[in-house]
Design a binder for this molecule. Structure first.
Ligand code: GTP
Ligand code: MG
Length: 405
């Protein structure tokens, strides 16, 4: 079945390609979590792929929506001018203002007026497939009453006729159970945006809790996220541990993988830790490197805490570094976490092959061992982190990210 990608990392995968035509997907947010950036990111992806977007704004001015989209680093301006993006203004009526949008309703409290305008909007030309964003279901319930939810059955019929796709925002205010059930029933897919809280929101994640279409969909997997400004929705992994023997290449890896990195080194060896921030493939990740020397082992356990994954760097030319890495994995209490082994210095003479490394470290077959080499051997300096080949560094990150979410 055709699918319309949202470009929200991991979400398309969970939905088997993205949003499906003639269906309604609800972004179901818990109070305090913003769902609009998810919709902005999806609608920009559709516009950039040649589709059209109708934005039904009932909770804020169209201009405010445009400003927010710009805040994340995108713009609908050229698509608005080209007729591929337009608002169906159901907000101005609420504040007794004149609307200057292409489609609008006079009485925003009468949901049947919105239905009429939606039909009109979907009949207008516009290129490609049509995505209808509704901002938001909760505003509709608040202003038009909960019986307005029954009107959604009519909207879905219209979507089916026009092969359009709905992406609706909903915030779970303390509504009655029957209201929540109605929203659940009418939606073909539900993406919940939740948080782990402890006085303040600690971590946010999304989860596909319902999906009615067939295919390789995945329900119930929680994907931690963070909204970057600019940049939008990123999968957020707050901590990955980079461990391994003295001189194996940990600092080199952290520096090569990171967009920003710092090391606290003393004559070429890391004495405190390496820290690097990775922005890659829709992921936002913080890497923490451990020092390699044994005298720092007491802090290993501390550094290992709360990691979501581990990168163990070994020097492929040095058998000792294999045993040491294994020992450090144990000391940092990272057994059980997703692990990827980096076989560094793999182009040097005498370098062990991944199979030999697996055997010597007695690693299970499912732990990836990935060969990595310095980008330019002539530039490698003693006691200086080396720049590693980008493709190989990315292969390591891909392997680890795949194991974490
Ligand atoms: N030839 C070659 N040299 C490398 C490679 N990776 C790192 N090196 C060199 O190996 C040495 C150690 O690299 P680092 O990244 O500092 O190693 P480390 O694991 O952080 O070391 P400590 O912090 O002392 O534990 C440096 O001189 C690097 O330039 C590689 O792939 N090939
Ligand atoms: Mg180091």
């Amino acid at each position: 079945m055709e699918a319309y990608a949202t470009s929200i990392p991991r979400l398309d995968e969970l939905l088997d390609g993205g949003l499906k035509p003639s269906t309604l997907t609800v972004l179901w947010a818990y109070p305090g979590i913003e769902s609009a950036p998810f919709a902005y990111q999806a609608l920009m992806e559709r516009l950039e792929s040649g589709d059209s977007v109708i934005y039904i704004n009932q909770s804020k001015m169209g201009k405010t929506v445009e400003d927010e989209i710009e805040h994340y680093g995108w713009s609908v301006e050229k698509y608005k001018a080209g007729g591929e993006f337009f608002f169906l203004d159901a907000y101005s009526g609420l504040i007794n203002a004149e609307s200057d949008e292409r489609f609008s309703v006079k009485n925003s409290r009468d949901v049947t007026e919105i239905t009429k305008a939606l039909k009109e909007a979907l009949n207008s030309n516009g290129s490609g497939h049509k995505l209808v964003v509704f901002d938001s279901l909760s505003t509709m319930i608040d202003h038009c009453g909960e019986s307005s939810l029954d009107e959604l059955i009519e909207w879905k019929k219209i979507f089916q006729e026009k092969k359009a796709t709905g992406l609706f925002l909903f915030t779970e205010w303390p509504y009655e159970e029957k209201v929540l059930n109605k929203v659940k029933l009418v939606s073909d897919a539900v993406v919940q945006l939740k948080a782990i809280e402890e006085k303040v929101i600690l971590r946010e994640f999304f989860i596909v809790s319902k999906v009615s279409w067939d295919g390789k969909t995945k329900k119930g997997i929680s994907v931690p996220f963070k909204i970057a400004v600019p940049g939008g929705v990123k999968v957020y992994i707050p901590k990955i541990l980079v461990t391994g023997a003295y001189n194996a290449g940990k600092s080199s890896f952290v520096h090569s993988a990171s967009t920003r990195a710092v090391s606290v080194d003393r004559v070429g060896t890391t004495v405190a830790l390496d820290h690097g921030h990775v922005d890659y493939a829709g992921f936002s990740v913080d890497l923490f490197g451990t020092p390699g020397q044994e005298r720092f082992d007491p802090i290993l356990e501390l550094l290992g805490g709360e990691s979501l994954g581990v990168i163990a760097v070994v020097d492929s030319t040095n058998v000792q570094s294999l045993y040491r890495a294994k020992d450090m994995l144990q000391k940092s209490k990272s057994i059980g976490l997703p692990v990827v082994v980096v076989a560094n210095k793999s182009n040097l003479e005498g370098a062990l092959k991944p199979d030999e490394i697996r055997q010597k470290m007695s690693l299970p077959a499912d732990i990836p061992i990935i060969k990595v080499t310095a980008e330019d051997l002539s530039k490698v300096q003693v006691n200086e982190p080396a720049k590693l080949r980008e493709g190989e560094v990315h292969a390591v990150l891909d392997a680890l990210f795949n194991r974490i979410v």
